[in-house]
Design a protein. Structure first.
Length: 129
């Protein structure tokens, strides 16, 4: 990453489920407010939330999730600088907003495309390390 590029932070949250459209709307609003890219696995169990943005934006978005009081809320990867396996051109610019995926498999595929699959698998407990 060039020295002039701002640091990008991310975090990962797991919940029992994400089904409330009212809560999803609040998460979408918070993503826009804090300038974050959010990926959400909704519609069933488990609920998975990935957030990426500035340090302050990620921390504020995570605080917004905590205020929604999700069942079995777990911050499984605390806000930290993004450590990608490879840098993809499209990842250099954060796409602000909330994007939903219907399955854990598609969530994993998105993590692979972002160069974050090993990080995600470790955080989710799918692999040792």
């Amino acid at each position: 990453m060039p020295p002039s590029a701002p640091l990008v932070f991310n975090a990962l949250i797991r919940t029992h489920h994400v089904t409330s459209r009212k809560k999803v709307a609040a998460l979408k609003k918070a993503a826009s407010r804090y300038g974050c890219h959010v990926m959400l696995r909704s519609g069933g169990s488990p609920g998975i939330m990935y957030v990426e943005g500035s340090k302050d934006g990620v921390e504020q978005w995570v605080a917004s999730v905590q205020r929604l009081r999700y069942k079995d809320y777990q911050l499984i990867a605390r806000p930290a600088t993004v450590q990608r396996v490879q840098e993809a051109e499209h990842d250099l610019k954060i796409q602000v907003g909330l994007h939903e995926v219907p399955s854990v498999g598609q969530f994993g595929q998105s993590m692979l495309e972002k160069g974050l699959l090993p990080w995600w698998r470790r955080a989710m407990g799918f692999s040792g390390g």
